[in-house]
Design a protein around this ligand. Structure first.
Ligand code: FAD
Ligand code: SF4
Length: 428
């Protein structure tokens, strides 16, 4: 629900306004955190929003789903009660008055940049490029813009209307957004340059699931995380995904194998569709790769967690029936506590639906379509650190496809930096 005014002001007053603020350098975007909190204390919510917007064009998004590294650097972190900076940012975004943006007409003489992909990297780059007076068109493969913010993170964490507002704002800034345009399939680089664009920015993300080596991953009822979330959010909320309906089970069971945000998002969505959910990974609970608030919320909602090693998926008549797992024993040594495979017989966690969340990699389409692009050994698109350009003249890269970012804020920083470099290349 977000903070109300009283809770926000009480929380803002708790901030000690440190002489050397440790939270400040921890925000990748460089938001003046003590500055905006001071304005909130004084009751100036719109002033606080304006201050945040000097460094962050999308506070309503960050205020909901940023992993908030700033909070981990707060002086109160040691007591386990850091200032709730992210929630204060959300409060400012939701309650501060947004200055109406007058529609902007891009000068016909302005040089034009094509941004491929509309995730946080592409949308941030588009914002800064448009602010520099360049003509910007975003070409997006999906039906609706937003990248993983729309087709990965579920509605209950980031409402679609927030994204719609941000894209409406970009349109007012003169950014043209063309969806259902797939670079390398329905849109070609030559065509983009022939249409008068002076530079292309590749911000196509990295959302192809890393395929699993677990046996049984081809059974019906087994999904990869982004596929599962995408199907539920983009295609059909009415039951195309079986989730145990075939067997008419009163309480179907889902097992998610993985430890990152997509594992927990998939689990929480399955829970909302009436399934019991266990998230399985071979580590301690605190080793889940999500922030502690998200872990807490998942547990409060009823997500079960098992520190186990998944061995394979077992099936019946071609359908998933469970995940075979090995228990892990806690072992104490000089280095502290660790987990070790148990000698006990493996157990089977019953599941009609299994979601595999193994991490993501970039799609091969671009590699096949533009063979002159250079790629790093880890599969990331290679860019020049000074210029932001790829190995091909006039083509730049940013966001998770370049390996520069694994989170929303890092993608935004990467988009902003690319926009600055392109502006320098085209204008200075
Ligand atoms: C389920 C899930 C939950 C997450 N939760 C969080 C979280 O809570 N906090 C956080 O900080 N991070 C989270 N992340 C990570 C975060 O979403 C990513 O780091 C971020 O979205 C990457 O941004 P990006 O712009 O580089 O790529 P993306 O968001 O992947 O956007 C890339 C865009 O390019 C488009 N595209 C791809 N190929 C083409 C093509 N050929 N032509 C045209 N367009 C193309 C895609 O359709 C997409 O819209 C989560 C990720 C997932 C999967
Ligand atoms: S963008 Fe993220 S890191 Fe920066 S102040 Fe907001 S919550 Fe903290």
């Amino acid at each position: 629900m977000g903070f109300n005014k009283k809770i926000a002001q009480d929380e803002a007053r708790r901030c000690p306004q440190c002489a050397t603020a440790t939270c400040l350098p921890a925000c990748p975007l460089g938001i003046d955190i003590p500055g905006f909190i001071r304005l909130l204390r004084e009751g100036d919510t719109s002033g606080a929003l304006e201050k945040i917007r000097q460094q962050n064009p999308y506070p309503a998004i960050c205020g909901r789903v940023c992993p908030a590294p700033c909070e981990r650097s707060c002086v109160f972190q040691a007591d386990g009660n850091p200032i709730a900076i992210r929630s204060l940012e959300r409060f400012a975004a939701d309650h501060g008055s947004k200055k109406g943006t007058a529609p902007k007409i891009v000068s016909p003489q302005a040089k034009k940049v094509a941004v491929i992909g509309s995730g946080p990297a592409g949308m941030t780059a588009a914002d800064y490029l448009a602010q520099s007076g360049l003509g910007v068109t975003i070409f997006e493969a999906a039906h609706r813009p937003g990248g993983l913010l729309r087709y990965g993170i579920p509605e209950f964490r980031l409402p679609q209307r927030i994204l719609d507002e941000q894209f409406a704002q970009l349109k007012l800034m003169g950014v043209d957004i063309q969806t259902d345009m797939v670079l390398g399939r329905t849109l070609m680089i030559d065509e983009i340059f022939m249409r008068g664009f002076s530079a292309v920015l590749l911000a196509m993300g990295k959302s192809l699931p890393r395929f699993s080596e677990l046996s049984g991953s081809g059974l019906a009822g087994v999904y990869y995380d982004t596929e599962f979330l995408h199907l539920l959010q983009a295609v059909d909320k009415e039951g195309a995904l079986d989730l145990g309906r075939r067997q008419k089970m009163a309480t179907p069971k889902t097992v998610v194998v993985g430890r990152g945000p997509s594992a927990f998002d998939a689990g929480r969505l399955a829970l909302r569709l009436g399934s019991e959910v266990q998230v399985v990974f071979d580590g301690f609970e605190e080793e889940a790769a999500i922030d502690m608030d998200m872990l807490q919320e998942a547990k409060e909602e009823g997500i079960g967690m098992q520190s186990m090693q998944a061995l394979g998926i077992v099936g019946e008549n071609g359908f998933a029936a469970g995940v075979q797992c090995r228990k892990l024993d806690i072992v104490e040594s000089q280095n502290g506590l660790s987990l070790q495979a148990s000698n006990e017989e493996p157990v089977v966690l019953e599941a009609q639906t299994v979601v595999l969340a193994n991490g993501h990699t970039s799609n091969d389409t671009l590699k096949q379509y533009l063979p002159h692009l250079k790629w790093e050994a880890d599969g990331s698109l290679s860019t020049n650190a000074q210029t932001g350009m790829t190995s091909v003249e006039k083509i730049f890269g940013c966001g998770s496809i370049t390996g520069a970012a694994d989170t929303l804020v890092d993608s935004m920083v990467s988009g902003r930096t690319a926009a600055e470099k392109i502006t320098k290349y085209l204008i200075s």
